[in-house]
Design a protein around this ligand. Sequence first.
Ligand code: ARG
Length: 583
Amino acid sequence: MQNLKQHLGALLGSCLSKAAGIANSNANVITASKPEFGDYQANGVMAIAKQLQTNPRELAQKVVELIDSVNDKLIERVEIAGPGFINIHLRNDALMAKASMVLQQPNTLIPQSEQAVCIVVDYSSPNLAKEMHVGHLRGTIIGDCLARVLEKQGHEVIRQNHVGDWGTQFGMLIAYLKEVMKAPDPGSDDLPTRLADLEVFYRAARKRFDSDSEFAETSRLSVVKLQGGEPEYLQIWQRFIDESLRHCQLVYDRLNVTLSNKDLKAESFYNDGLSGIVTALEEKNLLTLSAGALCVFLPEFTGKDGDPLPVIIRKSDGAYLYATTDLAAVRYRCFDLNADRSLYVVDARQSLHFQQVFAVARVAGLASDNISLEHVTYGTMMGKDGKPFQTRSGDTIKLIELLNEACRRAFELVSDKNPDLDEAARQAIADTVGIAAVKYADLSKNRTSDYIFDWSAMLSFEGNTAPYLLYAYARIKSILSKQETALEQYSITSIDAREERDLLLKNLQLPEVIEMVATDCYPNLLCNYLYELAGKFMRFYEACPILKAELESRNSRLSLAALTAETLQQGLDLLGIETLEKM
Ligand code: ARG
């Protein structure tokens, strides 16, 4: 089903095409930049007029006449403005009817996409040698939001958690684990206690590795044994991985992130396919031997000095690299999963890696021509001092500890606001608010910029924050609870004030925002929308009494409030944020 903007875009586009005699002309319909311009405006006439070397206002006049002749049920009137803009005013009754329909069937608020496709979303994807840290937060929650949005639109979404579980670090960890367990039978120890803190464990192993050359040698041998498939090594490795994954899952559950074990496609999954990648590249004559390593050189990638940059496929010792695994993953996603789009929600610092992987995959036929490969980049999380977010001593902060602190701070806040609530209730609210605050603060920023982590800003009840939105939602729910209205009685039947109409139209614009998020992968667009929606509700609530209004407007306004609650709830859910009935 089309959203308002798509409907108007198609209608005005066809009128413009007819008037200009140019097929598929783009009327460029956007939401009106100022209220005086109506609800939407079409900016596309001027460009087409230029192309035809004709007067834009005259062309606009023809378009307007064509629109008028169609008698579209959404459009009240259109008018020409300035050099050839077309302002579009929508009919109140059409808006009310649409909104009432949504109230009867809330699942129609976000319409299904007319072209459902298969979309892979690679996100979170931590390295399992260590504990998840703050650097994993952005990718995890941005990816999760995109997966939710695309799924809601009816696309087939395949989540892929491309965890790092292979490579030299695991040799070191296995060697260390064997050493500390000192038990020849790895079944008899208690691994969870040993690995309770992966970070501490990793650091201890690293220290051993750096200071003891014999241990370093054992580590290197362990990788070889692991990669050679020796059962004892594989078994210890598997148990380490399982334990590390259990840690990740705790974080995902805590974050209300929709990843689970079934979404895992670890790097090791691709092992068996790696030699096939070499063969495929060989067949296309893409491989060059450089200092013993097999490399692909593509002319479009050069270093600072103009020298060609290699994509290393296999090192001289036979080891495969990160890029090789990613080439195998591209092939798997394209030809086994049959994806139409493959999103990689990964730190911007890996940009070059993905440009190279995508380019090699294309020339080597490891990706079909039609799959869209998209690196969805994000910037680094910074502290208030503008440096990468760390503890005072310069250590990385564990994600789980950050989340604990968020809930602790939220608890203080909630206790401040509701001293009379019992402790368990305050704790429950704080757990939701704390997590929501961390997620929303991040999702509401443009993902491509670095992001400054600031506790007091994210926990504020003012501004574009989770507490503000959750509070707005709870407030609407409390208004609704004062009046017993059965859901099927909700219907929007009158518009008296401008604030009322503004809020109504804003509610109906959620699908357009969702469409933009789905296309361009910017969750902050959805956050901005929800913030504006809550603001419009507050203005409506100030201007239009609800419970004290005459019967007809009372029911209509209650219905508008109910619609707004529904929109907020569905919007926040797409961000992975739970709402609270009371706050
Ligand atoms: N494990 C990698 C890292 O921690 C991220 C993997 C991202 N996904 C991918 N297909 N390369 O940097």
